[in-house]
Design a protein around this ligand. Structure first.
Ligand code: ZN
Length: 377
């Protein structure tokens, strides 16, 4: 990311005011193959450490961090509301990235942590400089960048929302995402950027995605290398309706890798998701919380209603089940109950269950094991 970053510094920063802008080194995607569709299906949980380097005037609370992590999980697990309102042609492109982010529970030395580092600096706009990555220069040193997604939150000039490293930077001390402190979380930013999607976009870059217009704006000569993201001649800065910038006849907007305001971002495409999983497998294989693997059950004998569920769920099954277990996405068993041979359903109160994605494992008497995913809102 460095060369482009230096180029930016030679430009008048005011030109970016009031526009979403991020700096990104083009990553030429290695397209995933059909054989990787199984990888695509496996849930991945990424440990995150947040390094907040604030000045005396700005403070970021832990609650704001939690809101930002929840926003990431909402959008990488297609839990936002917006995608349901997409035109059908775009809705067909949208898919669940099946990637979950979790604040690190252990630091690189194995000690318990909440995954949040805070530091105050007197430096103006430290997020603009490499110093942000080094403790002895006023920033905070990265945690092992092969094993953690490092996110630095710091002051930057207005209009520059963030920048991210490329998968090719894996393992370097500057590998991760830097985000403007004014656009972090879901309540700090101006109205257009209050849904936490600046970080969703930057993490997309970190996982290998490029902008749909490639690296050249105002041209249709290149794109992001993917087939189901239609090339754009230029970013969209406003919500629809607008004059569409697509290079072909197919409209393409609402994508997390465009520059639209947060409220009209809603989708990753199938190939974007495949590429992110490919990057996690091939470039960032150590970036993983131990997680249980599961295949979404397609048989009809298991039902979770409603799903997503808020405070209670009806679990029903049509053949003999003798044990039902509940796991968090990171593989921690949080509850279980045994069923008698006559039982076919159970009403379960979720008040004491953690929010987010839960994995429900059904064991039948003949040794079959099936899993379903339950979203607890
Ligand atoms: Zn970008």
């Amino acid at each position: 990311m460095r060369p482009i970053f230096l180029l930016l510094m030679s430009l008048p920063l005011g030109m970016f005011a009031q526009q979403r802008h991020c700096v990104h080194k083009e990553f030429v995607p290695e397209l995933a193959t059909q054989n990787e569709s199984l990888i695509y299906r496996s849930t991945k949980v990424i440990p995150v450490v947040i390094h907040i380097v604030s000045n005396q005037h700005v403070h970021v609370s832990n609650l704001q961090v939690y809101a930002q992590i929840a926003a990431l999980n909402r959008d990488f697990n297609r839990e936002g509301e917006e995608w349901r309102r997409l035109p059908s042609a775009l809705q067909e492109l949208a898919t669940d990235a099946n990637i979950t982010f979790e604040l690190a529970k252990h630091d690189p030395d194995g000690k318990p942590t909440i995954g949040i580092n805070q530091k105050v600096t007197s430096r103006n706009n430290i997020g603009l400089y490499d110093d942000i990555f080094y403790q002895d220069k006023g920033g905070i040193d990265a945690w092992d960048t092969q094993r953690y997604l490092n996110i630095w939150v710091a002051e930057m000039p207005e209009g520059l929302l963030g920048y991210a490293s490329s998968p090719e930077d894996v393992g370097t001390p500057t590998d991760g995402v830097v985000i403007n402190i004014d656009y972090f979380g879901t309540s700090r930013a101006e109205a257009s950027y209050q849904l936490g999607r600046t970080l969703v976009h930057e993490v997309g870059h970190y996982l290998g995605l490029s902008h749909p217009w490639g690296s050249i704006q105002q041209e249709c000569e290149e794109d992001d290398g993917l087939e189901d993201t239609h090339a754009l001649a230029a970013p969209h800065y406003e919500c629809p309706p607008f004059e569409d910038n697509t290079c072909d006849t197919m409209p393409f907007y609402w994508n997390f890798m465009d520059y639209t305001p947060d409220c009209c971002m809603a989708l990753f495409t199938h190939q974007q998701v495949l590429l992110m999983h490919h990057v996690l497998e091939q470039y960032r294989p150590l970036l993983r919380v131990s997680s249980i693997r599961y295949e979404e059950d397609t048989t009809e004998y298991l039902m979770l209603t409603p799903n997503p569920a808020i405070s209670a769920v009806l679990i029903s099954w049509a053949k003999e089940v003798n044990l039902i277990e509940f796991y968090t996405i990171s593989g921690r068993r949080i509850d279980f109950f045994r069923a008698t041979s006559n039982e076919r359903y159970k009403n379960l109160c979720l008040d004491h269950y953690p929010k987010g994605v839960l994995i429900v494992v059904f064991h039948t008497e003949n040794g079959e094991k099936n899993t379903k995913r339950l979203i607890h809102l």
